[in-house]
Design a protein around this ligand. Structure first.
Ligand code: NAD
Ligand code: DAU
Length: 340
């Protein structure tokens, strides 16, 4: 392993992975390949922009010629793919981009990677492929029951990755991360959205009864987990990167308001997300048996995250303009008007 292509490295988790890898492995060359969609943000990579072992190339993983070019130019031997359309609400409003990137893009990346003889391909996936888990904890061999266009597109990317391993003997590994929180997360996702809205004393649109449960993982633990599986995972295998920390949305919302010293009257119960999964829960036993451990404790991690958004308005304020406003109107205007 020497020259690593990190697709989607300008996003939330991909940029945490790059910041970690550039510092941890000065002997590796880390090449970020990113389309810079609304979620891609070069500011996320400012801490490494001057590092000698870091390079940036703009491009689309579904563009075969661009992928081929970057693999050749940097003599890539390893691919880690974070690139995705990642927001469930947007997949409900407009699924096309999800098929383009999370399905076709993964296929092109695999296919070009195989042609260029890369030695390992790591596809970053999600616990959403298991669907709604009423009780118990998802294990890697459980069946897929994705419920949103986003989850179905990620499941498709996984299946294609498996096929390239089974059919062509490609060395692939898959990671399935749980809900990730931390600095530099685009302010459409629950934690940064509610934190930045609360800072401005705007209503927090909580879907349904707010009792949906997610398993929470700090972004640095997610990044270290992908590094770990990349180095030590067995070819053809999938690994849950679970925070094993279940919390309801209302619990998290109350915590954010408490720490920001804002009134609970900001919470607005709005009509639910369509096809909304009630509960996600995974066991990380398989990754743990290999030696991976989550390090960040949830309460401390969430508190530090809320503080980071408080202290870094420069980062998120400019993101909440233009297209974001159009998305906000489409997603929330009617819901907030119908709020209880
Ligand atoms: P994100 O939306 O913050 O970032 C996605 C990145 O991919 C952006 O930089 C974007 O510009 C880039 N991108 C999108 N389409 C592209 C294309 N066609 N070609 C090249 N680049 C493209 O996403 P994230 O939250 O950092 O998630 C990263 C990965 O982790 C995704 O695959 C997601 O499915 C998975 N995941 C996310 C979470 C979570 O809670 N955020 C949890 C588990 C798994
Ligand atoms: O589980 C892993 C997944 O976590 C990742 O694969 C996805 O990329 C990531 O976006 C995340 O998906 P979720 O749908 O769980 O995340 P989101 O932040 O959109 O929502 C978290 C919970 O909060 C969910 O139950 C919906 C709820 N929610 C979210 C928003 C944005 C609200 O109640 N109101 C909101 O406005």
């Amino acid at each position: 392993m020497k020259n690593i292509l990190v697709a989607g490295g300008a996003g939330f988790i991909g940029s945490a992975f790059i910041r970690h890898m550039v510092a941890a492995y000065p002997e590796y060359s880390i090449i970020c390949f990113d389309k810079l969609t609304y979620a891609g943000n070069i500011d996320n990579l400012l801490p490494v922009s001057d590092a000698e072992n870091y390079h940036f190339e703009r491009g689309d993983i579904a563009d075969r010629a661009a992928v081929s070019r970057v693999l050749q130019r940097h003599a890539i031997d390893t691919i880690v793919n974070f690139a995705a359309e990642s927001h469930v609400d947007r997949s409900i409003l407009a699924p096309d981009a999800f098929i383009h990137t999370d399905v076709v893009g993964v296929y092109i990346l695999l296919d070009e990677g195989r042609k260029h003889g890369i030695s390992r391909f790591c596809q970053v996936s999600t616990d959403e492929v298991y669907g709604d888990i009423e009780s118990g904890y998802s294990q890697e061999q459980d069946r897929f029951l994705p419920n949103s266009p986003y989850a179905a597109s990620k499941a498709s990317g996984e299946l294609m990755t498996r096929a390239y391993h089974m059919t062509y003997g490609m060395d692939t590994v898959l990671t399935r991360g749980s809900n990730t929180y931390g600095p530099y997360q685009y302010p459409e996702k629950l934690v940064p959205f509610f934190t930045t809205e609360a800072l401005e004393e705007r209503p927090l649109p909580l879907y349904g009864d707010g009792k949906q449960v997610r398993d929470w993982l700090h972004v640095d633990d997610h990044a270290r987990g992908v590094d770990f599986i990349l180095h030590f995972g067995a070819a053809g295998e999938a690994y849950n990167l679970a925070g094993e920390t279940l919390r309801s949305n209302i619990e998290i919302t109350r915590r954010i308001l408490q720490w920001l010293d804002k009134p609970s009257a900001l919470i607005k119960y709005v009509p639910d997300r369509e096809g909304h999964d009630r509960r996600y829960a995974m066991t990380a036993a398989k990754a743990r048996a290999l030696g991976w451990r989550r390090q960040v404790e949830f309460e401390a991690g969430l508190r530090a995250t809320v503080r980071w958004y408080q202290e870094n308005e420069w980062w998120w304020r400019k993101l909440k303009a233009g297209d974001y406003q159009r998305y906000y109107q489409r997603q929330y205007a009617e819901r907030l008007a119908a709020a209880k």
